[in-house]
Design a binder for this molecule. Structure first.
Ligand SMILES: NC(=O)c1ccc[n+]([C@@H]2O[C@H](COP(=O)([O-])OP(=O)(O)OC[C@H]3O[C@@H](n4cnc5c(N)ncnc54)[C@H](OP(=O)(O)O)[C@@H]3O)[C@@H](O)[C@H]2O)c1
Length: 299
């Protein structure tokens, strides 16, 4: 497949470029896909002309995957218009472009479209009810994408981690390497999701030529930030990393004064729709974290 990846320098975009486009190590092997990576200097979501130029008819793609977004939740709250232009307006523009060129489109979205009031995993039928500008801009983006191109795939993901860019897990291990006291929020739950696995699941949707609509993609299970962090510290210690503690003290989300935007407290998602289609059951988040800590040194 000839695939365009937008947001190619981000955590997920860069992982997809590496996993799908890398040259094979052995002679005779083929890269899984022909990948064209677009990052902000070439394709700026705030400049629709660059979208049209990169996704023009001259170089048609079988699939376009949009991993680019304004992902800083508090920055979105401070600059709502910028969030709308990037996460809503540009997303629809890409979908319209794909409709014109005949490309299939995967748009990456977020668990933050939910308000977090539920206490059982959210499935794709649950109504979005975002609490923040970020969540609203992404929910509006999903709506615009599917209105412009019903066969588009909207893939909602949560708590993404991977080697291309540091995230919570790296921050926590780094802190425990230097400090004996580490704390994380204990009353906010979701599911950590490894970019390595996400690349495989998105690849399975491509291979299946999956029908359009919303899919939830995350590792299996759910945890609080505190549980996530504590498991990561145990994995780090098992790998011989000299962490000064394996215990993560609990914080309440209400105690944190630095947050500008309101966050949903429970956003565990069900991946049953994906599993029914592909017969792939995402592995537990604990296994994914263990592999990550084993395979990639902390930042
Ligand atoms: N990370 C998570 O925990 C998480 C959770 C739920 C959903 N998601 C969703 O997953 C997707 C990928 O997230 P990620 O973790 O890979 O985020 P990321 O590392 O922040 O990557 C986002 C990319 O978007 C690019 N971008 C931002 N504004 C742009 C613009 N105006 N034009 C072109 N590119 C622009 C950024 O470019 P620069 O590198 O130039 O800044 C960055 O490379 C996003 O849709 C996000 O909403 C992520």
């Amino acid at each position: 497949m000839k695939i365009a990846i937008l947001g190619a320098r981000g955590r997920l975009g860069a992982a997809l470029v590496r996993k799908w486009g890398s040259r094979p190590k052995k002679r005779g092997e083929k890269a899984p896909h022909t990948v064209r990576a677009f990052a902000r200097p070439e394709l700026d979501l705030l400049d629709p002309k660059t979208i049209d130029r990169c996704l023009g008819k001259k170089e048609p793609f079988d699939w376009v995957v949009n991993c680019a977004a304004q992902t800083n939740v508090d920055a979105c709250e401070r600059q709502p218009e910028q969030a709308r232009l990037v996460n809503t307006v540009a997303a629809r523009h890409i979908a319209e472009r794909c409709a014109r060129t005949g490309a299939r489109f995967i748009h990456i979205s977020t668990d933050y479209v939910f308000d977090g009031r539920q206490r059982v995993p959210y499935d794709e039928e649950a109504a979005p009810s975002p609490l923040s500008v970020y969540g609203q801009s992404k929910a509006d983006g999903e709506f615009g994408v599917l209105a412009a191109l019903p066969e588009a795939i909207v893939a909602r993901v949560s708590w993404v981690f991977g080697p291309e860019k540091a995230s919570f897990i790296d921050m926590l291990i780094s802190r425990a390497l230097g400090h004996a006291k580490v704390a994380a929020i204990a009353n906010k739950w979701s599911t950590p999701t490894y970019t390595e696995d996400l690349a495989d699941w998105l690849g399975a949707l491509v291979a299946a030529d999956a029908p359009g609509g919303v899919y939830h993609l995350c590792n299996a299970g759910g945890c609080s930030w505190r549980e996530y962090g504590e498991h990561a510290l145990h994995c780090a210690a098992d790998q011989g990393l000299p962490v000064k503690t394996k215990t993560v003290a609990p914080l309440e989300i209400e105690e944190l004064e630095g947050f500008v935007a309101e966050r949903p407290v429970y956003t565990v998602m069900s991946t049953a729709r994906f599993t029914n289609l592909t017969k792939i059951a995402p592995r537990p988040w604990e296994d994914a974290v263990r592999d990550y800590v084993r395979d990639y040194p902390p930042y």
